[in-house]
Design a protein around this ligand. Structure first.
Ligand code: MTE
Length: 341
């Protein structure tokens, strides 16, 4: 029996609750920060109550009365409620959401969902943006604010109300949030109550969610790139104890929408590489499963590596650039150690 099923069974007998988070790691209760254990994935999408959560503030209380104000460089400033928005045609899109601060290992600030909502461009058209509209300042009801180029609305962005065919949970921004597929999660503002269209970006007030480099004259900052291509092991997990012989390794790979052409896996610390079998592409922004049989014949501590390669032949970097002083957008080749007995 898998660990999850066992805990669900035991927990179910004790307390009839689905919210045991047996497969998640809670780093903070309030504001909630919860990592998703990839090992529990069955199928393509992360179940909604296991999807990672990264909240900077407590979930706002008065969500039922949320309205969306669109103002600034627009023809017609508007306040939209659910019935106003519900007149727009809906779209569905499978996409990975990954926090820029996500690391490696099975516990991830990354998950995959089938999102449903209204194209952000259609929502903006209701107010009609002016010619000088260059940025969107997105403000959540919790006070969290992000500023993104206006053109981002044209890149498959949605104002989402449903996730995996269920209403969006409050932890994930319900009743609505923005999702910018292919971009790190911080811009996908939850509980959006105001979109201010502007000709200038908002100046960041902290170094949060900025790339930082040690330059000649001190630390230089720049915006983070789109999601960096990444591949991770689901099985075996770091620290696993395995028997000699064949191991059916499997994992996941994702990117900013750029097609992943291959995943290669090394059973011997990077000396040799095997090409993994990739699951079919279901959506350009969704993650793809991969599998490869490995022969582990030497006993002892063994380092396994995996890396993804895109259509341009780009691969994941083997090292983090030495001048980077932030921890964001880290996608260096995944290395895990397992014990072969
Ligand atoms: N939006 C609001 N209003 N408040 C937040 O704290 N966190 C951001 C983004 N949108 C945040 C937010 C960050 S850093 C991430 S990674 C994603 O939401 C996480 O979305 P999730 O919690 O639904 O997984």
């Amino acid at each position: 029996m898998r660990r999850r099923e066992f805990i669900a069974l035991v927990g179910g007998a004790l307390i009839a609750s689905r919210r045991l988070y047996a497969d998640s790691a809670v780093a903070s209760q309030n504001p909630l920060i919860r990592q998703y254990n990839l090992e529990s994935l069955q199928g393509e999408f992360t179940p909604i109550d296991e999807f990672y959560v990264r909240n900077h503030n407590p979930v706002p209380k008065d969500l039922a009365s949320l309205a969306l104000h669109i103002e600034g460089e627009v023809q017609k400033p508007l306040t939209l409620t659910m019935p106003d928005l519900a007149r727009l045609p809906v779209q569905r899109l499978a996409a990975v959401l990954e926090c820029a601060g996500n690391g490696t290992g099975p516990y991830q600030l990354a998950s995959n969902a089938l999102w449903e909502g209204w194209p952000l461009e259609d929502v903006l058209k209701l107010a009609g943006t002016r010619a000088n509209a260059a940025y969107l300042h997105l403000e959540g009801l919790d006070g969290f604010v992000r500023s993104v180029p206006r053109s981002r609305a044209l890149q498959d962005a949605l104002l989402v109300t449903r996730m995996n065919d269920q209403p969006l949970l409050p932890d994930h921004g319900g009743p609505w949030r923005v999702v910018f597929p292919g971009y790190y999660g911080m811009d996908s503002v939850k509980w959006v109550e105001r979109i201010t269209v502007s000709d200038t970006p908002l100046k960041p007030t902290t170094n949060d969610y900025l790339a930082q480099r040690q330059g000649a004259n001190g630390v230089e900052t720049s915006p983070l790139p789109m999601i960096q291509m990444k591949s991770v092991f689901v099985y075996p997990a770091v620290g696993a104890v395995l028997q000699t012989g064949r191991v059916d390794a499997r994992g996941l790979a994702w990117s900013n929408g750029e097609k992943i052409m291959a995943v290669e896996v090394s059973p011997d610390g990077g000396k040799t590489w095997r090409v993994a079998k990739l699951d079919p592409v279901t959506s350009k922004y969704s993650w793809r499963g991969w599998q490869v049989p490995l022969e582990l014949n030497d006993r002892g501590l063994v380092e396994l590596l995996c890396k993804a390669i895109d259509a341009q032949g780009n691969s994941q970097p083997s090292e983090r650039p030495a001048d980077r002083t932030d921890g964001y957008a880290d996608n260096q080749i995944e290395r895990i150690r397992v014990m072969v007995t």
